[in-house]
Write a protein that binds this ligand. Structure first.
Ligand SMILES: C[S@@+](CC[C@H](N)C(=O)[O-])C[C@H]1O[C@@H](n2cnc3c(N)ncnc32)[C@H](O)[C@@H]1O
Length: 217
């Protein structure tokens, strides 16, 4: 059973026989579906805190509330697998991220990515995540997936190589390109592989964490 905020993803999953619901995790409690044996979250946690929440100092409250909710749905000893991007050791400070920064710098690349993919602020790192989970979960396994993610993106590049078959879809995107200023940032980010650059430069990192639900104290 899965939840997503994307109507198109929900429909595609349902069409393929999956039990997927269009729901925010914030609206799920133990009465929504009942308890679960385990929970898996892949590539969603990094979207849970908005830039506004980060600036208001409530990032950890968002994460604590997620762990609390997951704990309510699991038995003691039940496991939560969490895969998420985090900021890396070379991430610039929020105030330094700017489109006026030197082109190609970490500060400039992140400013472009914020325009292309607005709305999220990443977790600071695995220590922050572990701290927020601590009242409900104990960390039992941790793996850094940064290099795997770079390899994944290299392979996506090979699959998505330019071919004449892509002319029609590309032409369909032309109106967006001409009218939506942020769409240009998306293209710039994709064309230059900014996401991959961030992983290579350790501006972003990637964690795979397994937690085990503890007895309530
Ligand atoms: C970048 S996608 C990755 C998801 C997954 N790995 C996949 O391949 O589909 C992020 C996912 O997180 C989901 N998501 C983000 N915030 C959510 C929330 N508050 N409640 C439920 N789903 C959420 C989005 O709907 C989206 O499906």
């Amino acid at each position: 059973m899965g939840v997503t905020l994307s109507p198109k993803q929900a429909v595609a999953c349902q069409r393929n026989g999956l039990d997927v619901h269009l729901l925010d995790w914030k609206s799920i409690d133990s009465t929504t579906f009942g308890p679960f044996d385990g929970i898996v979250s892949v590539g969603a946690f990094e979207h849970f805190c908005s830039v506004e929440e980060y600036l208001a100092g409530t990032q950890e409250r968002v994460y604590e509330s997620f762990f609390k909710r997951c704990r309510l749905l699991l038995p003691a000893g039940g496991r939560l697998y969490l895969q998420t991007m985090t900021w890396g050791r070379n991430a610039p400070a929020y105030d330094d991220i700017s489109l006026s920064a030197r082109k190609g710098s970490n500060e400039y690349i992140l400013a472009v990515m914020q325009r292309a993919y607005p709305g999220s602020w990443l977790p600071a790192g695995e220590e922050q995540i572990e701290r927020c989970a601590a009242p409900y979960f104990r960390l039992v396994s941790r793996k850094n997936g940064r290099r795997d993610y770079i390899e994944t993106m290299n392979r996506w590049d090979r699959v998505w190589k330019w071919s004449p078959r892509k002319i029609v879809p590309a032409l369909k995107m032309l109106p967006c390109f001409l009218t939506d200023h942020d769409f240009r940032y998306k293209l710039e980010s994709l064309r230059n592989g900014y996401n991959r650059v961030c992983f290579i430069r350790e501006v972003m990192d990637h964690q795979r964490l397994i937690f085990e639900a503890i007895e309530p104290s």
